[in-house]
Each structure stands twice: as C-alpha cells, then as structure tokens.
Design a protein around this ligand. Sequence first.
Ligand SMILES: [Zn+2]
Length: 174
Amino acid sequence: MQNLLKRVRIIGDPVLKNKSNSLNFPADVPFIMNLVEDMRKTLDMAEGLGLAAPQVGESVRLFIATPDHLEELNGHVVFINPEIRPYGEMEKREEGCLSVPGIYEILSRPSRVELRAKDIHGNSFTLDVGGLAARLILHECDHLDGILFVEKLSPIKRKLLKGRLKKIKERGTV
Ligand SMILES: [Zn+2]
C-alpha cells in the first residue's frame, strides 16, 4: 500500500507546476491504458474522489474520477483532453487534494461547468454538471494547468497555511 501512495506527487514537486500536453489518438492509446490502470489503483488506495495525471508524474491532459457517488458524471471515469466552460454563481465548498495531504479549505469556484472530453477509446462526450461533480472537474482541470487549489486561496488563508505547507513540502510524501 505504501508503495502506491508514495507515487502521488506532493506539493513542491516541480511536475505539479507543469502545463500538461494533450494526448493523441490512436497513437497514445497503449500509454493511456497503462496510465489509467495505475491511476485507478492509486486512487482506490488513496481513497480520493479524483486524480490527475500530473499527480503521478505524467504531464498529460488526463484525469480520472470515482463516479460512484457522482451520478452527474453519467458513469464517466476517464477524462482526456478536457475543455471546460465554468459558469453560474460562485459557490463556497471545502476542497482537499491528495497532493496536499491533510489540508482542507473552503474555496469559491463557479457552481457549474460544461465539459467536453474524450474517453479511453478516443470518443468525445459532453457533460453539464453542478455540485460536487463540477467542483471535481474544475479542481482536476487546474492540475492539468499546473495549479493547486491552495494557490487559489486568499492571501490571508495562504499566509496562515504557510508553515503547514512548508512542512508537507519538506516531508515530500504522504
Ligand atoms: Zn488535487
């Protein structure tokens, strides 16, 4: 269990700051299949809701979700080359991240999002979701642009977290 958990990259790891590259079909399919299998195991072990490829060290535009209690995802688990249009009222919601272990903070984001992405076979699909599903998609898409949720907190909150984040960075693992 520890081996898998260790593979989740933690804040301070430069790979989390990269802007990720799009994946190509069908050329990248074997890579995608392997990556998704790895990520699903990691997400199961870590008991998170979602995981983006940069969090396991791959700078590619792919994230996965656990749709069990996110009906709005229509059973979709793998999101490749996602394009999003956030909209709606701003909504406050608590967020956490496997790459920032132990930190949970209220963050404001748009309440809804339209998404177009490809599945593991390269087929396009669209979703229009709110609630936790929207929050998950916005959080994971930020990872693909090298942004962690703690970087979006107010300057005061960031200042208050500075010491704890520093400790997490120094430890460098879960
Ligand atoms: Zn995250």
